[in-house]
Design a protein around this ligand. Structure first.
Ligand SMILES: NC(=O)c1ccc[n+]([C@@H]2O[C@H](COP(=O)([O-])OP(=O)(O)OC[C@H]3O[C@@H](n4cnc5c(N)ncnc54)[C@H](OP(=O)(O)O)[C@@H]3O)[C@@H](O)[C@H]2O)c1
Length: 223
């Protein structure tokens, strides 16, 4: 599904969420370069075996001239990525799907304490010369790919941004993945799409546009 004009998009990270986003955005005719530490190791997941010409390069090549950069890397890696590349991404829109999870021994996962801030706010503070948006954080990669391909326009993804340009571009990119973009508010208001938020996956992990709007207005369904 194509909307808006083709964009030069860098996807940082060649894992599950990076692959799903790259596939959708290539099929929507954007110029997408996946930036990876080991570009030669890239393989799309089994459920994503369509004939797609993925361009996988170094991170430096991916972000060069990028209008949009998507941080498909562990949240714990975002600060060091920012230290290294924030100046080169000045003026770009940065979309952050990364979730502040902490992994412990035995495979136990907890949510990092951000001191009352949203994850998007923390990321925006790391990129003061860019426009940061938060999106795709609450959609599982496999569902993002399969539902976006099989039922475009049926399900919703929430997003947040602090300026109109980042919001418009992010909404357009969500549309290109086959989902309906639903604004959640500013980055400071983006707790619903952070871990533990009302739109974060429970058993279903997927919302219709109306279901998402209703949940945002009324909170999650409880008995
Ligand atoms: N998977 C999902 O369903 C899903 C859904 C929503 C949001 N997210 C979020 O999306 C992010 C990525 O998740 P994922 O499931 O795609 O993870 P993944 O499959 O493990 O892929 C992570 C990618 O990040 C790269 N990476 C790790 N540390 C890096 C660093 N310091 N600098 C540059 N690249 C680095 C890895 O490269 P190497 O191979 O070189 O280590 C790998 O390509 C996470 O923050 C996650 O919370 C995931």
């Amino acid at each position: 599904m194509t909307s808006g004009h083709p964009r030069r998009i860098a996807i940082i990270g060649a894992g599950l969420i990076g692959s799903a986003l790259a596939g959708h955005l290539i099929l929507a005719d954007n110029r997408v370069i996946i930036g990876a530490r080991r570009p030669e190791a890239f393989t799309p997941p089994d459920y994503q075996q369509e004939d797609i010409d993925y361009q996988v390069r170094t991170i430096e090549e991916a972000i060069d001239q990028a209008e949009v950069a998507i941080l498909a890397i562990p949240n714990a890696a975002v600060a060091s990525f920012a230290d290294r590349y924030r100046d080169r991404l000045a003026g770009a829109v940065i979309i952050d799907p990364s979730n502040p999870f902490l992994w412990h021994d035995g495979g136990v996962m907890t949510i990092k304490d951000l001191g009352g801030k949203t994850s998007g706010t923390v990321t925006a503070e790391l990129f003061p010369k860019s426009s940061v948006a938060r999106a795709f954080s609450h959609q599982l990669a496999e569902t993002l790919w399969l539902r976006g391909r099989r039922e475009p326009g049926k399900n919703a993804i929430g997003y947040a941004a602090d300026d109109n340009r980042a919001a418009a571009i992010t909404a357009d990119i969500i549309t290109q993945t086959g989902f309906v973009p639903i604004p959640v508010g500013t980055l400071a208001q983006s707790a619903p799409i952070d871990p533990g938020g009302a739109l974060f996956p429970g058993l279903l992990g997927i919302f219709t546009p109306q279901g998402m709007r209703t949940t945002l207005e009324n909170g999650p369904f409880t008995l």
